[in-house]
Every structure is written in structure tokens, then in C-alpha cells.
Design a protein around this ligand. Structure first.
Ligand SMILES: N[C@@H](CCC(=O)N[C@@H](CS)C(=O)NCC(=O)O)C(=O)O
Length: 220
């Protein structure tokens, strides 16, 4: 078990979905950490020193003492297994597989359409003075509908996606769905899945979620 005194630094951005997933795990585990902002979306692109940490130029990257790690699902599992605090992974093989399946669906099929296709176009682009690409939104809403149906099908009735306890699946899903819900069409689609909506509302009330709110949410 990693010593609770190990310095933990998360390199990312407060407004980044994947950074938030890792922060939710840190918050739920009660691991003290600092967030070091790395601006990868600036006009000069990914800073060279960040490419040394992450060859694909993404965020977040975790430093725990002298151990460095990228890929959020790996970071989340490492934090859960290496540090004390409540366990965020079910012990049964089937429940653990379901949790990993939901995380895989989120990474492979949900993040791009829900966040880049809908949220970025509908919310971020206008905030920077641009015009949303309506064709892109319409196209990705079709993929988003498939994702929400799949998640609604895979998730249990509640209170958590893999009940009875909070797991890494919930913490991976919330930041992606939260961005999506900031777009009116995202909100409307979520409301068509009442159990998923109820899960979302319950997640929204958690202290970890409130402590990691982004500037986009403050506007709502
Ligand atoms: N597979 C990566 C994905 C991380 C990711 O895509 N992060 C976003 C920010 S939320 C990013 O770095 N985007 C930059 C880009 O798409 O070029 C992980 O699990 O950590």
C-alpha cells in the first residue's frame, strides 16, 4: 500500500473531463493531492515538457512520488488499489467485469460524441465567439442516443451503476454525462432515461462532484 504521505500530483486541467474523473477518485478516496494545470489546448499546442510525460499529448498524468502514470482508467485503478480509503471496485468477477465494460463503453463510444460532438459544439464554441456546427451536433446526437441506451441497459436500477456501492464506473461516467447535460439536447436525451437521470441527480449531490465543478457548470 502506498504511504498516505506520498506526494500526489495530477497534471491536467480543471475543465477537462478526464482530469475530473481522476480527481473524483482522489476525492472519494480522501487522497491529498495537488492539481498542476497543463494547458494543452493553447495556440502553441501541447507543451514539449508534457509530451515527455505523455507521448500522445493528453491529460491527465499522475505523479505519485516517483511513479508516473497516464491513461485515466489505469490511474483510477492504481489510486484505488495503492491507497487506503473506501474500495471503489466490486470484489465479484461479474460485477468487476461490468464496471470495466461500462468504463470501456465510455472511453470508446461515449466520450467523443457526447463531449466533443455535442458539448464542445453547443457550449464551448459559442463561449469563444464561434458558431456551433449543427450538422456535427445532429450527427453525433445519433451516436449519443446509442450510448445512453447502452449505459441505461448496462447500469443497474440504482443507486449506483454497479450496485450496491459507488465504483469507478460511476466516477468515469459522471463527468462525461455532466458535460453532455450542459447542452439542451443532451439534457433532454438524459431525461428520456429516468433511472439514468435519477443516478445522475444523486451523483450530482456528492461532495466530490461539487468540489470538482468546472467553470462551465458555474454558469448554469
Ligand atoms: N485515453 C486518455 C484520454 C484522455 C483525454 O482524451 N483527455 C482529453 C482532455 S479531457 C485530452 O487530453 N484531449 C486532448 C486531445 O484530444 O487532443 C485517458 O484515458 O486518459
Amino acid at each position: 500500500m502506498t504511504q498516505p504521505s506520498t506526494p500526489v500530483v495530477l497534471l491536467g486541467l480543471e475543465r477537462s473531463v478526464y482530469t475530473r474523473i481522476a480527481r473524483l477518485v482522489l476525492e472519494e478516496k480522501g487522497i491529498p493531492y495537488s492539481l498542476q494545470e497543463v494547458e494543452i489546448f493553447g495556440p502553441s499546442g501541447v507543451p514539449e515538457e508534457h509530451r515527455q510525460r505523455h507521448p500522445f499529448g493528453r491529460i491527465p498524468v499522475l505523479h505519485a512520488g516517483d511513479f508516473a502514470l497516464y491513461e485515466t482508467a489505469a490511474i483510477a485503478k492504481f489510486l484505488d488499489e495503492a491507497f487506503p480509503g473506501p474500495s471503489l471496485q466490486p470484489s465479484g468477477a461479474a460485477a468487476r467485469a461490468r464496471m470495466n465494460q461500462i468504463i470501456g463503453v465510455l472511453d470508446s463510444y461515449a466520450y467523443r460524441p457526447l463531449v466533443w460532438g455535442v458539448f464542445v459544439q453547443r457550449v464551448s464554441v459559442p463561449l469563444s465567439g464561434g458558431t456551433p456546427n449543427e450538422a456535427e451536433i445532429a450527427r453525433t446526437m445519433i451516436a449519443a442516443a446509442t450510448c445512453l441506451s447502452a449505459l441505461a441497459h448496462l447500469a443497474e436500477a440504482g443507486p449506483f451503476m454497479v450496485s450496491p456501492n459507488l465504483s469507478l464506473a460511476d466516477l468515469h461516467a459522471y463527468p462525461i454525462l455532466r458535460c453532455f447535460s450542459l447542452a439542451p439536447e443532451g439534457r433532454a436525451l438524459l431525461a428520456k432515461h429516468p433511472p439514468l437521470q435519477a443516478w445522475f441527480n444523486a451523483m450530482r449531490a456528492r461532495t466530490s462532484v461539487q468540489r470538482t465543478e468546472s467553470k462551465y457548470e458555474a454558469r448554469q
